[in-house]
Design a protein around this ligand. Structure first.
Ligand code: AMP
Length: 126
C-alpha cells in the first residue's frame, strides 16, 4: 500500500528496523551517511536500495530538511554503490518513489538502483 511521503517519521518502518539491526539485510555498502542493500523483491538483475542513515520520510522531506553534508554524503554514496556494482559502464537507472502517486511503500527515503540488463523506457503508461 502506498504511503504518504509527508507524514511524521515512523520509527517502526522496515528500513528503520534494518538500520537498527533488528532485521537482516543483504548489505552492499555502508558509510557515515548511507546504507545500501539488495531489494528483497528484485525487479531487475541488480536492484539495490540506498537509504540515508538519518530519519527522512521521503525525497520531499530529505530535500527540504537534510543538511548539505547529508545530501552530499548520500548522493556520493549512491554514485559509489553504482560504481561498486559495476553498473557505470553498462548503465543503470535511479528511482525514488514519493507518496501515494509515486507508489512509495516504505516511509523512509530511499533510492532504487536498477541495472544488469537494458531497462524498459521510463514508466508504465497505466
Ligand atoms: P518503494 O515502493 O519505493 O517504497 O519501495 C520499497 C521497496 O522496499 C520495495 O522494492 C520492496 O521490495 C523493498 N523492501 C521491502 N522490505 C524489504 C526488506 N526487508 N529488505 C529489502 N527490501 C525490502
Amino acid at each position: 500500500m502506498p504511503v504518504s511521503g509527508l507524514s511524521p517519521y515512523d520509527d517502526a518502518n522496515i528500513f528503520a528496523r534494518i538500520l537498527r539491526g533488528e532485521i537482516p539485510s543483504r548489505t552492499v555498502y555502508e558509510d557515515e551517511w548511507a546504507l545500501a542493500f539488495h531489494d528483497i523483491n528484485p525487479q531487475a538483475p541488480t536492484h539495490v536500495l540506498v537509504i540515508p542513515k538519518a530519519r527522512f520520510v521521503s525525497f520531499a522531506d530529505f530535500s527540504a530538511r537534510a543538511s548539505e553534508a547529508e545530501i552530499a554524503g548520500f548522493t556520493r554514496a549512491v554514485g559509489k554503490v553504482a560504481q561498486m556494482l559495476g553498473l557505470e559502464e553498462p548503465g543503470y537507472r535511479l528511482l525514488a518513489n514519493m507518496g501515494q502517486d509515486g507508489g512509495q511503500e516504505v516511509p523512509h527515503f530511499h533510492v532504487h538502483i536498477f541495472g544488469g540488463r537494458p531497462l524498459a523506457r521510463m514508466i508504465a503508461t497505466r
